[in-house]
Design a protein around this ligand. Structure first.
Ligand code: ADP
Ligand code: MG
Length: 350
């Protein structure tokens, strides 16, 4: 399924973004080690567009989310929105940015004050950013709840009186309260059951069609991201190793990691499931160790000599997918063809 965004031209532009965290000293004389949670990523996001970001736990997805909303400061690199560099925003401009970018978290129960009625939590951005009066806030919150498919009467309830799916709808209502240009959704459906996930995803799509809001939609589950995203980026240990139009990436993955992630998604048909020749990964990313050269090589079934020595530069395929993998220029020289041509799985055409 292809999603076509209403308009193009990126209003969010990220270039070579890096975030390092300093870890506790390991001994009294040792230097404090650092970890590059985000290690030089580029992102482009157009108005009314959804960029899906996927990858295993620890790959740096939440750090990207926090950098975009300004909850943490980048170590280096650029985040531009509407042409303004976030690093240089101060005072009123910074407040305007905060208003324009809202966030939805994985666990709705921990993102609401349990002692406050929903109306007070959802109206909070209306108070701080717009200075709305009490009656204005009340009416707007009622509208917002209806917009996300909840009964307006729920505004007088407390968070624990709603189900997880209902409360996540309320969190979306709060994020949309002051009509931001960008909503960053960090695993917004990961805590919900499958049927509720589908409802919330459909809600997000409907809202985007009506409001032209852009989304950065983060998930560790590829099947979740497929149905919301126009474009998708696959993260591995702080890097985006493959990014491009969603359908292209899902049908013809060009990075072995993407291919393995897709193969790990179960197919509903048990016969097809058993017959599939899956690309399996060795090991995991635990400990966050990053080998020399290509950071994926110690788990890659196609690793070559060059992979230990050279960190792969971005390669752009004819289909407009950017990939960091030596297979496209060395060894079997895929030159943009799918990794699946090497395993004989799925669609082998280029
Ligand atoms: P994801 O959301 O993909 O699971 P995160 O962005 O949460 O990944 O984390 C990426 C890496 O950065 C992990 O190795 C994590 O342990 C580390 N990290 C994240 N936040 C901090 C922090 N505040 N201090 C130290 N390390 C952190
Ligand atoms: Mg996370």
């Amino acid at each position: 399924m292809t999603r076509t965004a209403k308009s193009s031209g990126s209003f969010v532009l990220v270039r070579d973004l890096v975030k390092e965290y300093r870890l506790p000293r390991t001994g009294w004389r040792a230097a404090r080690p650092t970890i590059r949670a985000v290690d030089g990523i580029d992102l482009d996001l157009g108005a009314g567009e959804t960029l899906g970001l996927v990858g295993e736990s620890g790959s740096g997805k939440s750090t990207v989310a926090r950098l975009l909303v300004g909850l943490v400061e980048p170590t280096s690199g650029q985040v531009r929105m509407h042409g303004h560099d976030l690093m240089h925003l101060r005072g009123g401009e910074l407040r305007a940015h905060r208003r324009n970018v809202q966030m939805v978290f994985q666990d709705p129960y921990s993102s609401f004050d349990p002692t406050a009625r929903l109306v007070d939590s959802i109206a909070e951005p209306l108070r701080t950013h717009l200075g709305s009066s009490k009656p204005e806030q009340d009416a707007r919150v009622a509208d917002l709840l209806r917009l996300v498919g909840l009964d307006a009467g729920y505004r007088y309830r407390y968070p624990n009186q709603l189900s997880g799916g209902q409360l996540q709808r309320a969190a979306i209502a709060r994020a949309l309260a002051i009509e931001p240009d960008l909503v960053v959704l960090d695993e917004p459906v990961s805590a919900l059951d499958v049927s509720t996930q589908a409802q919330v995803i459909n809600l997000l799509r409907d809202l985007q069609a009506r409001l032209s809001t852009s989304y950065l939609f983060i998930a560790h589950d590829l099947s979740v991201v497929e149905h919301v995203s126009h474009r998708v980026g696959v993260m591995y240990l702080g890097r985006i190793v493959e990014s491009g139009p969603t359908e292209e990436v899902y049908e013809r993955p060009v990075h072995p990691y993407t291919s393995a992630l897709l193969d790990a998604v179960p197919v509903p048909d048990p016969v097809v499931q058993r017959r599939r020749r899956r690309l399996k990964l060795a090991g995991d990313t635990a400990g966050g160790t990053r080998p020399s050269g290509c950071r994926f090589r110690n788990r890659c079934p196609f690793a070559m000599a060059i992979c230990a020595e050279v960190d792969p530069a971005p390669y752009v395929t004819q289909a407009g997918v950017t990939v960091r993998c030596h297979l496209h220029e060395h060894g079997p020289k895929l030159a943009g063809r799918s990794v699946r041509t090497l395993t004989g799985t799925g669609t082998a055409s280029s």
